[in-house]
Design a protein around this ligand. Structure first.
Ligand code: NDP
Length: 212
């Protein structure tokens, strides 16, 4: 990692998880130069996110906020419910929604009355990895639904990918909804490139590109 951290030609470093047994992901991520941490998982970048300081923001949450803004979903004062509390999706997307003036509830595997909490949501972000667990009657009519889940389920002719939301039924109730595949996934990749460009500019003392 020291070689990559000190190599002037390298602007971005990401660790492809999971790592082999016996290698602690936290230790490897903590060894990355925070200025090159294009996944935004280094503790320094996590702290900056929650403090509202400029850093590198995790890609999937960043993509979700870009989707919401581009779709002109009202954020100020909105009730946002985040299903899942992982460090990769749930927690950082909650931080971004708080920073965008939403009222945020995070739910997880120990939470009670999930469907009741979800029905309050103007914005629902589902990131639990449970195929089609979120049903149409969990949604407030008109809600913006962001389905982060990627789940492979068996079918008669092989397998297909589904999200954490029962898309076919939920789209009848939601005001806006992302599909799986093709919704959040491509935004994650775009934001990884965005972070890499930001890291390159900042390391050279250049301003952040205006179009970002
Ligand atoms: P994790 O397994 O790390 O976290 C899952 C979270 O969901 C945990 O907080 C867990 O709670 C919660 N959870 C699990 N089951 C339930 C349940 N029955 N009720 C309520 N909460 C529950 O997953 P990730 O956050 O890494 O990923 C979530 C999903 O998003 C996966 O399907 C993953 O493949 C997908 N993903 C998609 C990306 C994209 O680019 N589209 C990027 C990253 C992830 P607890 O903390 O209590 O265990």
């Amino acid at each position: 990692m020291t070689t990559l951290n000190t190599d002037e030609r390298v602007d971005g470093i990401l660790v492809q998880l999971p790592l082999p047994a016996g290698v602690e992901p936290e230790a490897v991520i903590a060894a990355i130069d925070p200025a090159k941490d294009v996944d935004g998982f280094h503790p320094v970048n996590v702290g900056r996110l929650w403090s509202g300081d400029p850093g590198l923001v995790p890609c999937t949450p960043q993509g979700i906020l870009l989707l919401l803004r581009a779709s002109e979903v009202p954020l100020e004062g909105a009730e946002a419910v985040v299903l899942g509390r992982s460090g990769i999706v749930g927690r950082p997307v909650a931080a971004l929604l708080v920073a965008a003036d939403c009222t945020v509830t995070i739910v997880h595997s120990k939470s009670r009355d999930l469907s009741v909490i979800c029905r309050r949501a103007d914005i629902l972000v589902a990131a639990i990895g449970r195929p089609q667990m979120v049903k149409a009657d969990w949604l407030k009519p008109g809600a913006a639904v962001i389905d982060v889940g990627i789940n492979r389920v068996a079918t008669a002719d092989g397998a297909r990918l589904v999200g954490d939301v029962d898309f076919a039924a939920a789209r009848q109730v939601a005001g806006a909804i992302t599909p799986v595949p093709g919704g959040v996934g491509p935004m994650t990749i775009a934001c990884l490139l965005r972070n890499t460009l930001l890291a390159a500019c900042r390391r050279r003392g250049l301003p952040d590109p205006a179009s970002l």
